[in-house]
Design a protein around this ligand. Structure first.
Ligand code: ADP
Ligand code: GN1
Ligand code: MG
Length: 342
């Protein structure tokens, strides 16, 4: 009886649907440009939700996909678009932490999520977006876009381009360590921004982790770093007034406490050493992805106005600058928390 566009995701087309029985659902058209294999994606997502169902504290908070009448988890319409549906989980998504406590709670949820997936058979997962957090490959794509400059936008963003190119060597650190086997491979969420958690208004705790489209084998540093990128900022990802955008070490500490608290036994010394840098790296990578999309003509991320991706790029750059300035402080915070968790 009701269907309305819902939420603030950048990728899928999301609707909240209410039926005549009063039940609510989320109906999504999967973005086929981003996800080339929607069927493989749904195989991942449904396997993960089934696996987690037995592990979560409250089963009603586990995501539940609604199958089609022939038992499949997505429906291909006559136009070749893929749709999926899940039960609406109540609660709300935060676009920014309202307090360090919110962010701490989200860290517990993402840390626990990763912990619960530690024995999920990683080899059964499809890579829904190959090389998703391979920053070396992201630079290759970025430079290829620069060379083509399809929209003629390059000349207007030289400063941003240079900022990213200046950091290319260092940005490859994590990927090189993955390739040399120095970092353990884990099942990771890979898109751990705050609005991919449903929070509970009464308890102030997380209810459910959502957006399971990018669950793939990866590094825990991707999950930690991406949460920091989005949530340890004093402003929204698309704030136009950069004087409002700061990297908050108070929020960084809150997240680290929650995340390390859940995973302490399994964090290796090498991973701990890289936690502070991972925030910086994932922010740079995302800034570069926004800028590449701006140069391409805004075909990947949903945008509301022509410069939207550029505005997003600039907040990410501002955050990276401050993360660089505050690097010794974040290293001290991590060392402190790791020591206390021993
Ligand atoms: P995108 O990939 O576009 O980010 P998401 O899967 O994150 O898509 O969904 C977009 C938004 O829809 C979320 O941020 C959240 O607000 C809402 N949402 C998604 N799944 C559910 C659910 N099961 N229950 C309630 N709200 C949901
Ligand atoms: C996208 O799907 P959504 O809106 O939760 C993107 C992430 C980016 C994020 C930036 C599949 O996340 O990688 O970090 O936007 N998801 C995909 O806000 O590319
Ligand atoms: Mg999302």
């Amino acid at each position: 009886v009701q269907a309305e566009v819902f939420g603030h995701g950048h990728i899928n087309h999301t609707l909240k649907v209410v039926t005549d029985t009063g039940d609510a659902y989320i109906l999504q058209k999967i973005n086929k440009y981003v996800f080339k294999d929607p069927v493989g994606l749904m195989r991942n997502a449904s396997a993960v939700t089934e696996f987690l169902r037995g592990k979560v504290e409250r089963p009603e908070n586990a995501l539940e996909f609604i199958p089609t009448s022939d038992g499949s988890f997505c429906y291909e319409d006559p136009q070749g678009e893929f749709w999926r549906m899940y039960r609406f989980v109540g609660g709300f998504c935060l676009e920014a932490p309202e307090s360090p406590e919110d962010f701490y709670q989200s860290a517990i949820a993402f840390g626990r999520f990763q912990y619960q997936l530690a024995d999920f058979p990683a080899e059964t997962l499809t890579e829904t977006i190959p090389e998703f957090h391979n920053t070396i490959d992201r630079y290759r794509i970025f430079k290829e876009t620069l060379a083509r400059d399809p929209m003629g936008r390059k000349a207007g963003v030289q400063e941003e381009i240079q900022f990213l190119l200046d950091r290319e060597e260092r940005a490859g650190t994590l990927q090189r360590m993955r390739e040399s086997g120095e970092l353990p491979l884990r099942v990771t969420h890979n898109d751990t921004k705050l609005n991919n958690i449903l929070m509970d208004a009464t308890t102030g705790k997380a209810r459910a982790i959502i957006d399971l489209d990018t669950i793939m084998p990866g590094s825990m540093l991707f999950d930690f770093g991406d949460s920091i990128r989005f949530g340890a900022s004093t402003a929204l990802e698309d704030e136009k007034d950069l004087s409002k955008v700061h990297f908050s070490t108070e929020l960084f500490r809150a997240y680290t406490e929650g995340f390390v608290g859940e995973l302490r036994g399994s964090i290796t010394a090498r991973e701990a050493e890289l936690l502070p840098f991972s925030g910086n790296l994932l922010t740079m990578e995302c800034g570069m992805r926004f800028l590449a999309d701006y140069l391409e003509g805004d075909i990947y991320f949903a945008t509301k106005y022509p410069e939207h991706n550029l505005v997003r790029t600039r907040t990410q750059i501002k955050l990276v600058q401050e993360m660089e300035q505050k690097a010794s402080e974040t290293r001290a915070i991590v060392a402190d928390i790791m020591e206390a968790a021993r």
